[in-house]
Design a protein around this ligand. Structure first.
Ligand SMILES: Cc1cc2nc3c(=O)[nH]c(=O)nc-3n(C[C@H](O)[C@H](O)[C@H](O)COP(=O)(O)O)c2cc1C
Length: 328
């Protein structure tokens, strides 16, 4: 079973990658996308997106972080990939799935799904530009408007020479709307010779089992579910039950410590913790039932000390039924 941590702009930042890979269970992570359109970006930009380049291309826990590049031009993408590798990237991931309108107007990300030949060219140019031992992987969706060409897209990835492909099992038009169509991944797995990783809508161990059955394989990439349930990868590996809130709260505090060490302002830190809790209460309240109430309490707070205190001890909240026995 391969468990990969998904790239997520604004959510899976270096601090979150550091935390989740330290909790364990992940084989590798992918950076947030770096957009390239002309020329080669300077080192400081690569280091900002992927500070792990400065520590051997891995998180502190030793988990490799592939650098994700998104660009419409084969040669520009390839030159940037070669540079990222020279800076220490252990692998390059190419983004063909980003649905952002700005990105797609410039014909990068998901709009490339309309031209599988160009996908193959971008991958082939990148493959030629980086040393043979460095993996070049791709991340795709099932199509742009519809799924008619999903196999053409997948074959283009293989023809271009990619090492493996992660498939977000939706079209660009479907955005992030459930469900993810995992059974298409089974057809891709049957058609390709390279490893195929299923992605989309895996929030719980039960979802993982359903995805594994529908997609015909054990390898998955976890995105929002990895953040909503920080214990998810460990539970998939160890078949354990949900962690007690104390452990989850400790994760929040550790993440905040990492943000503070990265010179994040206290207000930004409070915002990031609330953003995280919003995902937990929306998708993981079955495990921690008081999180919607906790979020209601937190959402008006901007003081980082108060936010940290409430997260660490929700039983202390007044006027809010946290579902946790009051201490003392
Ligand atoms: C806020 C956000 C940012 C994302 N940023 C990226 C990105 O930078 N590169 C990429 O390939 N996919 C990106 N994605 C897509 C995710 O990697 C993943 O394919 C998608 O969220 C489905 O998986 P999930 O249901 O496990 O979250 C992003 C998704 C979200 C929600």
């Amino acid at each position: 079973m391969q468990l990969l941590l998904a790239p997520m702009e604004g959510l899976m930042d270096p601090a979150m990658r550091g935390l989740l890979t330290a909790l364990g269970g992940y084989d590798r992570a992918v950076s947030e996308f770096v957009r390239v359109s002309q020329g080669v970006l300077p080192a400081h930009v690569w280091h900002r997106y992927c500070p792990e380049l400065l520590t051997g291309g891995t998180t502190a826990a030793g988990t490799p972080v592939y650098v994700q590049i998104m660009g419409p031009e084969p040669e520009v993408t390839a030159d940037n990939a070669a540079y990222a590798v020279s800076l220490g990237a252990p692998g390059i991931d190419l983004n063909f799935g980003c649905p952002s309108k700005t990105v797609n107007r410039r014909c990068a990300g998901a709009s490339l799904l309309k031209t599988p030949d160009l996908i193959a060219d971008i991958i082939a140019a990148t493959r030629r530009a980086v040393p043979a031992g460095i993996p070049v992987t791709a991340k795709v969706r099932l199509g742009y408007e519809d799924k008619e060409h999903f196999l053409d897209i997948a074959r283009a990835v293989e023809d271009g020479g990619a090492t493996s492909v992660a498939v977000h099992a939706r079209t660009r038009a479907e955005g992030y709307r459930p469900p993810a169509h995992w059974h298409y991944v089974a057809e891709i797995r049957a058609a390709l010779h390279i490893p195929v990783i299923a992605n989309g809508e895996i929030w719980t161990p039960e979802d993982y089992a359903a995805c594994r059955a529908a997609s015909g394989g054990p390898d998955v990439m976890l995105g929002r579910g990895a953040i909503a349930r920080p214990d998810l990868a460990r539970r998939l590996r160890d078949h354990g039950t949900a962690w007690p809130w104390e452990r989850i709260a400790a994760c929040f505090l550790r993440y905040d410590d990492a943000l503070a060490a990265d010179d994040c302002t206290p207000t930004m830190r409070a915002g990031r913790l609330k953003q995280w809790l919003a995902l937990v209460k929306q998708h993981a309240a079955t495990d921690w039932p008081f999180t919607p109430a906790l979020f209601e309490h937190l959402k008006g707070l901007t003081d980082i000390t108060a936010v940290r205190a409430a997260l660490s001890d929700p039983s202390g909240l007044s006027g809010v039924d946290t579902g946790v026995p009051t201490r003392g």
